[in-house]
Structures are given as structure tokens and as C-alpha cells.
Design a protein around this ligand. Structure first.
Ligand code: ADP
Ligand code: MG
Length: 686
């Protein structure tokens, strides 16, 4: 058996210098080398007639040399080699540079296969520096050739050759996947897959090889995540809520009609609640899609079945907003709500805690204060966490432990493309509200450069003079090792400038993460009450606060934000009856920035935006998947491989269900794979 851990120097063609270059690409061992997959392929197997070739196209021709090589030396080292070839349809001129030895390789009247890029000028065809073979050979042509990610220090041909040499050392790789999985999913063997992914016989072989390797990668990932999350609630019995409590009692009383998406989601939730397996569901919905009302209706069902409900909000102001809304909707059914937020007096808090413990209140809404040890429920059955990305897994489980296997609904407005959600939240069922209520207003969005600043300022004044309010958001400027930092607007500085110069006659305040929670709440409260005209802030206002009178959102250095985040911010306006605007101020603009801003101005669907963002920036960078500890993929692509991901997820769940610790003999290989992939630190933070 070949030692895959063998250092790269031992591969033919790799000396110390090359080894260093390869190390930079993350290739240290033979195994790294053979799993350095091609980025693309060149099909050199299809032969074209000369007359059919198009300008700019890369293609293969088979043609006879009608001349010998015409060699012209340009000084001592430089030379041009020219040749005329023809097939049944036309002739073609071939040019090489600085390859005088070609003179000995090409013979007049013989036939060769050439591959290269064609140019057509005035009907004259020319091939530039093609590779070639005598007809019987397929060394450089006549096959599919891999293209590896481009690097500066090593030529395409060289890396191809090195990988080929590496592969020749391993013509009998051990299988790394259990036989039963290969059979069930009709996957080709590992050895074949590795060889075919680099030098596929044909595109069908490539497809099979890729499918196999993508499957490996996704399955390892899914199994690892499920295992990490200790997914094994198969045996856990949860609560079975009363089938006679009907959600429609509330639904039919509402002052508006729920959207179809909301109704579908409620159906999922109702089914979960009536099942004795604990609910573990992620509810995704764009800002303003109406998630809160869904949570309320589910809470109604829990309370009327005899249980208490906990609603966990990320900020105090949001907790208060929820409390007011829940009371408004649910008090008429005799349901009692109570808030539990930091900043209550000791006496208020004590009273609240007592009522929670003896079951006098049905629904408790609060911030982190809810997680504290002294909070005891009489009969907690249902937990909702809002804007879940603000809470860690630990916090989620600490509130869950206050009940006995309560149902859990996690709500988020961060539009995560479904493919990614499957990975990030492998252990949760997912429901999506993918439509907005019909009364929602479109927020007119503009991307502008610095030049337009004076006009924007006039526009702000005009809006405020009409009674509206304005948000201005700045990126965080704390890490000063960022060379761009001095050019970025900091919230504090900008607020000063607004207060003292540009908007002297208006009420300007600042809000940022370093302020005390109480100060933040106070500012937010005043903004909500219309006592502040312009609120300059960092992204602390990102999360769910409702100020219907605010009609203008200005984002400084918009190029610094993720699209998903820009979309969240934009969702802060357009919540009332007034026409609303979002202005994205950009500093500089390369193609990518322009493209990203254009997406923002053209669409207001959060999921479309998130998908595009993922497409443009790649999943590695997708609002901190790196921080989420998701290992990077070598071959799988979350766009292309959605179907495979679904297939693999179902399989992973099944395997973990039956064999959580992968102790069965048949799963031994899987265990090895996971141990290898998920090394040392399990850094999951979701
Ligand atoms: P989010 O999903 O961002 O949490 P909310 O639940 O805060 O959205 O809903 C935003 C507003 O829309 C609330 O005032 C809510 O009462 C209202 N709303 C929710 N569903 C509907 C609907 N189907 N039709 C009209 N208004 C709705
Ligand atoms: Mg909300």
C-alpha cells in the first residue's frame, strides 16, 4: 500500500523549490496532491475541421504539415517557428515562439494533432503555440485535460505533470466509504474517482467521479455536524399538545389575513406540536414577513394546552416591543404575559419571578435575563428564540433545560439560502416564510458616490421637514490594523459633524455598541417617540425594531457590508405609511462592488439577495460561515450540489439515528473520515 502521508518531495518532478510552491497551495503530502482537484477541464478530444473553427476558440485539429518548420532566430535566444498545415477543408498557419527544437519534431507530409487557440483574420486562420502529438499518441491532445487553479509560481503544464506523477504512485487506493453506501447510492470506488477526477476518460466518467467525491465531502460534513450537535433525540419524548386547541381561533380573529406562507408554516408547527417528538424548528422569514404573529399563534396553542411559553429576544427594546404586541393580541383570550428584562427594580423582578414559578403568568418575554439560574418555570413547554444568530448553542440549551424537553422554535430574519441553512442548522427542521404581507411598501434604493453627498443632505432635510426621521449607519471602525480604517466614517465622528455643522438645526443622536444597554434603550425609545430626527449608529439597530415614522436609511461605506446585512438594515424603514428610501453611499467602486450594489437597488427579496451574495463572494465568506467553523469544501459547491446535499442529509440523519457514535463495524470507515475532517477543535458556535 502506498503511504499517502509521504512528503511531496518524493513525487517525481518535485524538487525543494517546487515543494515550497506546492506547500503554499496547501499541498504537503501525496494525499494533498491527489486531492488537489481541477478547477475546470479542457476538452481536447473533439477534432474540428479547420474550416469550422471560430476566432478565439480553443480546439483540436488533425492536419498534415505542408511545409517544414520555418525557423527564424531573433538574436541569440529568441526565435519564431512557423508552419503551414492543412486538412480536407482548409489550411492553417501555426506559430510558436522560442521553441527551436520543434524543427526536429515535425516532418513534412506527416499528420499531427494540434490543440491551441485559433485566430481568424481576414479569413486566414492561425494557431498560436499549440501543443501537439503524432496521430497515434495522446500525450498532449486527444483527451480531456484538467485545468488547475491558477498560480504565479508554477505553470499549468507543470502542475498537471506533477499530479500525474503522483497518481502513478497510487493506482490502488483503499476505499474510504462503506460498501453499503456505495451500493445504495450507486457510487464509483474511491480509487477510480480520484483518477478520473484528474484525467477523465470522458465527461461521463468525470460526472461519476465528481458525484462520488462530492458525496464523500458532504456526507462527512453532515455526519460530523450532526454528531457534534449530539443529534439523538429519537428516544426523547416531548410534549404532545392538545389537538382540540385550534390555532384558527386566533387566526380568524386577526385584523388581517395571514399570507399563504404564514399558514403553511403554522401547519408545520401545529403538526410538530401535536407530535410527541420535541419540535426543533428554524423559522426563516425576511424582515417584516410576519414571524412574530406566527410565534404568537403557536404560543396560544401551548398555553391553552396547559403550558408556559418563553420568548427570548436579543435586546431589551425588542423584548418590550414583543411584550406589547403579545399582550395586544393574546390578552383577550385570558392569556397573561410578563416581561423579564435587565433594568427592572429588584422588587419588580422578584414579583415577576414568583409569578413565573407559580404559574400565574403564561408567557414570559425577556432578554438574556431569562437564562439566569433564578428563573424557574412551573411548566415550561414552548421556547421561542427570536433573531437566533445572536444567541449561541449553549444559551439555547440553557433555556431549554428549564422545561422538560420543550418544543423549540428558532426565528431568524437572516435570509440564509436553503442549501447553506441545511448545513448550518443540520439538526433543525426548516420552515420558510417566502412572501411578504400584501400591504408592504417597496423601499426605493439608490447607490451613490461621495460626489452626491450635498444633494443627499438636502434630501434628508426635506424628509425631516415633512416630519419623517432618518437612520444613518456606519461600519465599525475599531480594528485599526485595517489600512482603510482612517477613510471610514465612524458613527461618533459623523454624529459630531452632523450636530455641529451639517444638521445643526436638527436633533441628532448617536448609538453604538460601546454604550451601556440602558443608554442604548433610552436613545432608541426617544427615536421611537419621535424625539430624535437623525439617529447615527453602528449596526446595533440591525435587529427588529419598529419605527414606522422613519422613512430614510442612509448607509455609509456600504461596500463594507455584506448584502444580507444591508438588506436587514434596509428593512428598518418602509414600516409605516410613508414612502421610504435607502441610500447606499459607496467609497470607490470596482466591478464587484458595483455589481453588489446593483443587486441591492434591483431587488428587495432577501433570499435572492443572499443567494447572489453567496454566488459573488463564495460560501467561504458568507457572513461568517468561517466563524461558524464550517470546513471549506474542496469540490462540493453549495449551488450546484443542492440535490446531493438533500440526499446526503437524509442519509446522515438515518446513520446517526441508528448509530450515533458510529460504533458499528459497517460505519468504521465513516468514523475515520469524520475524525480526519473534524480535527481537534469543534468550533461550532451556532
Ligand atoms: P418580522 O418577520 O420582521 O418579525 P413582524 O412579525 O414584526 O415581522 O411583522 C411586521 C408587521 O406586519 C407587524 O406589524 C405585523 O402585525 C404585521 N403583519 C404580520 N402578518 C401580516 C399579514 N399577513 N398581513 C398584514 N400585516 C401583517
Ligand atoms: Mg421580528
Amino acid at each position: 500500500m502506498t503511504d499517502l502521508k509521504k512528503e511531496i518531495q518524493y513525487v517525481k518532478g518535485v524538487g525543494p523549490t517546487r515543494a515550497k510552491v506546492l506547500n503554499k497551495l496547501g499541498i504537503f503530502t501525496l494525499e494533498d496532491l491527489i486531492t488537489y482537484y481541477p478547477r475546470d477541464y479542457e476538452d481536447r478530444s473533439k477534432i474540428k475541421y479547420i474550416a469550422d473553427t471560430q476566432d478565439g476558440e480553443k480546439c483540436s485539429i488533425e492536419a498534415v504539415a505542408v511545409s517544414g518548420i520555418n525557423l527564424r532566430m531573433l538574436g541569440r535566444y529568441k526565435s519564431i517557428e512557423k508552419l503551414i498545415v492543412k486538412d480536407e477543408t482548409d489550411t492553417c498557419m501555426i506559430t510558436w515562439f522560442n521553441q527551436p527544437y520543434i524543427k526536429t519534431q515535425i516532418k513534412r507530409e506527416e499528420k499531427y494533432r494540434f490543440f491551441g487557440k485559433i485566430t481568424v483574420r481576414n479569413g486566414v486562420r492561425e494557431l498560436n503555440s499549440p501543443v501537439f502529438d503524432v496521430i497515434e499518441k495522446n500525450t498532449n491532445t486527444g483527451k480531456i485535460v484538467p485545468v488547475y487553479p491558477l498560480t504565479y509560481d508554477i505553470k499549468a503544464n507543470a502542475i498537471r505533470k506533477i499530479i500525474q506523477n503522483g497518481l502513478s504512485l497510487v493506482d490502488n487506493l483503499d476505499e474510504i466509504m462503506p460498501e453499503y453506501i456505495l451500493t445504495k447510492y450507486n457510487l464509483i470506488g474511491y480509487n477510480e474517482a480520484i483518477h478520473q477526477i484528474h484525467f477523465p476518460k470522458d465527461f461521463e466518467s468525470f460526472r461519476k467521479a465528481r458525484r462520488r467525491l462530492v458525496f464523500d465531502e458532504l456526507l462527512t460534513m453532515q455526519l460530523g455536524l450532526l454528531k457534534l450537535k449530539g443529534e439523538n433525540n429519537e428516544k426523547i419524548k416531548g410534549i404532545k399538545y392538545d389537538e382540540n386547541v385550534n390555532m384558527s381561533d386566533v387566526i380568524n380573529d386577526l385584523p388581517f389575513r395571514l399570507t399563504k406562507a404564514q399558514l403553511n408554516v403554522l401547519e408545520d408547527i401545529n403538526a410538530d406540536m401535536e407530535n410527541d417528538k420535541p419540535m426543533n424548528r428554524l423559522l426563516q422569514g425576511d424582515v417584516g414577513s410576519g414571524k412574530t404573529i406566527v410565534a404568537m399563534i403557536a404560543a396560544y396553542k401551548a398555553v391553552k394546552s396547559g403550558y408556559q411559553v418563553a420568548i427570548l429576544a436579543p435586546t431589551m427594546i425588542l423584548a418590550k416591543q414583543h411584550l406589547a404586541n403579545f399582550e395586544k393580541t393574546l390578552s383577550k383570550y385570558g392569556i397573561k404575559c410578563e416581561g423579564l428584562v435587565g433594568g427592572m427594580t429588584a422588587k419588580q423582578k422578584k414579583q415577576a419571578l414568583e409569578k413565573i414559578e407559580n404559574g400565574e403568568v403564561d408567557i414570559v418575554i425577556g432578554t438574556h435575563a431569562l437564562l439566569e439560574e433564578n428563573v424557574t418555570f412551573k411548566k415550561l413547554g414552548f421556547v421561542v428564540t427570536d433573531e437566533q444568530h445572536r444567541f449561541g448553542v449553549k444559551q439555547r440549551s440553557s433555556i431549554i433545560s428549564k422545561g422538560e424537553n420543550p418544543d423549540v422554535l428558532v426565528m431568524t430574519a437572516t435570509p440564509i439560502p436553503r442549501t447553506l441553512a441545511l448545513i448550518l442548522y443540520g439538526d433543525l427542521d426548516i420552515s420558510i416564510i417566502d412572501e411578504l404581507p400584501p400591504n408592504r411598501k417597496h423601499v426605493e434604493t439608490f447607490a451613490v458616490s461621495k460626489k452626491l453627498e450635498p444633494r443627499i443632505n438636502e434630501f434628508v432635510k426635506k424628509e425631516i421637514n415633512q416630519g419623517r426621521q432618518c437612520y444613518v449607519v456606519c461600519p465599525l471602525v475599531e480594528e485599526s490594523n485595517d489600512p482603510e480604517a482612517p477613510k471610514l466614517k465612524s458613527a461618533v465622528e459623523l454624529a459630531e459633524k452632523y450636530k455641529n455643522e451639517i444638521f445643526k438645526e436638527y436633533r441628532v443622536e448617536v448609538l453604538h455598541g460601546k454604550m451601556k444597554p440602558k443608554e442604548k434603550d433610552e436613545i432608541m425609545e426617544r427615536f421611537k417617540n419621535g424625539e430624535i430626527d437623525i439617529l447615527v449608529s453602528t449596526t446595533v439597530i440591525e435587529v427588529g425594531v419598529d419605527v414606522p415614522n422613519a422613512s430614510l436609511m442612509i448607509i455609509e461605506n456600504a461596500e463594507r457590508f455584506g448584502l444580507a446585512q444591508l438588506h436587514q438594515l434596509r428593512g428598518r424603514v418602509g414600516r409605516g405609511e410613508y414612502k421610504s428610501y435607502c441610500i447606499l453611499k459607496c467609497n470607490g467602486g470596482n466591478e464587484l462592488i458595483r455589481e453588489r450594489m446593483e443587486i441591492m437597488t434591483k431587488t428587495d427579496n432577501g433570499f435572492t439577495i443572499a443567494e447572489k451574495d453567496l454566488e459573488l463572494r463564495g460560501s467561504g465568506d458568507f457572513f461568517g460561515t468561517k466563524q461558524h467553523g464550517i470546513p471549506e469544501f474542496k469540490i462540493a459547491n453549495l449551488f450546484q450540489d443542492m440535490e446531493a446535499l438533500k440526499e446526503v442529509q437524509a442519509l446522515a440523519m438515518q446513520i446517526i439515528d441508528q448509530d450515533l457514535n458510529l460504533e458499528k463495524e459497517e460505519n468504521k470507515l465513516l468514523k475515520d473520515l469524520i475524525n480526519k475532517r473534524f480535527t481537534s477543535k469543534a468550533q461550532l458556535t451556532i
